[in-house]
Design a protein around this ligand. Structure first.
Ligand code: FPP
Length: 230
């Protein structure tokens, strides 16, 4: 029986519960997202210190456009602030910044900052930080299929399919964490999650900490991963 014994190489997180965190404090929802952005900083640092190679965060789903405009704009504002404030730290710590999803449909100024951050940090070798923005896993799969049809490909292997996903140059996530007590994947990394381990915590994202993160990674290290074998 094989235990994973070591750290996951790729951790993906569904950061959930910002709104409830704010509501409990009678604060506007955006304050929950602002507190959530602080948690992002703490977890990115922790992941890098623990030697995690890929950290992927679900920051804006394609369904999130349904939220009130001020909340959506506030989220993009926080994203811009994050990229601008963290650029030096990312460069110093060898973090390469990456985006998956249809981020070409985000507002101009947001796109510009994202493009700049990706360009500046592209040589970072220690950890890849990926934000899923305007991301929908079903859409990702449909885009891959459309590209296959466009290329007139008659047969497709798993490898050939993977090459056409947004995550073409990343390993699948070993561990997917979701905060706030919801037990769903919500259209996140559907193809890539085929063999992922899951961890659900009731903690709301703004309250999620480095300590809880390391405990989850310890729990992961003790799990058996059999990939269909015995
Ligand atoms: C889910 O909480 C969270 C989001 C939709 C956005 C996540 C954004 C951040 C953590 C802040 C900005 C990100 C970066 C990378 C700087 P929710 O609003 O659905 O919470 P609720 O279910 O309690 O209402």
């Amino acid at each position: 029986m094989e235990k994973s014994k070591k750290n996951p190489k790729h951790i993906a997180i569904i950061m959930d519960g910002n709104g409830r965190w704010a509501k409990a404090r009678e604060l506007p929802r955006i304050e929950g997202h602002r507190a959530g952005a602080k948690t992002v900083k703490e977890i990115v640092t922790a992941a890098r210190e623990m030697g995690i190679k890929y950290l992927t965060l679900y920051a804006f789903s394609s369904e999130n456009w349904k939220r009130p405009k001020p909340e959506v704009n506030g989220l993009f504002r926080l994203l811009i602030e994050y990229c601008e404030n963290e650029l030096d730290t990312m460069l110093k710590n060898g973090i390469s910044f990456n985006v998956i999803g249809e981020w070409g449909k985000l507002p101009n100024n947001t796109r510009k900052v994202l493009r700049n951050t990706m360009g500046e940090t592209e040589k970072g070798k220690k950890m890849r930080l990926t934000l899923a923005l305007n991301y929908s896993a079903r859409k990702e799969i449909l885009i891959a299929v459309s590209n296959i049809l466009k290329d007139n490909v008659k047969r497709i292997s798993e490898k050939g399919f993977i090459k056409r996903l947004f995550t073409y140059d990343m390993p699948d996530p070993d561990l997917i964490i979701r905060t706030s007590g919801e037990l769903r994947l919500s259209n996140f990394l559907l193809w890539q999650a085929a063999y992922s381990e899951f961890f659900f915590t009731k903690t709301l994202w703004p309250d999620f900490s480095k300590d809880e993160f390391s405990k989850i990674i310890e729990d992961f290290a003790g799990r058996e991963r059999r990939y269909g074998g015995i």
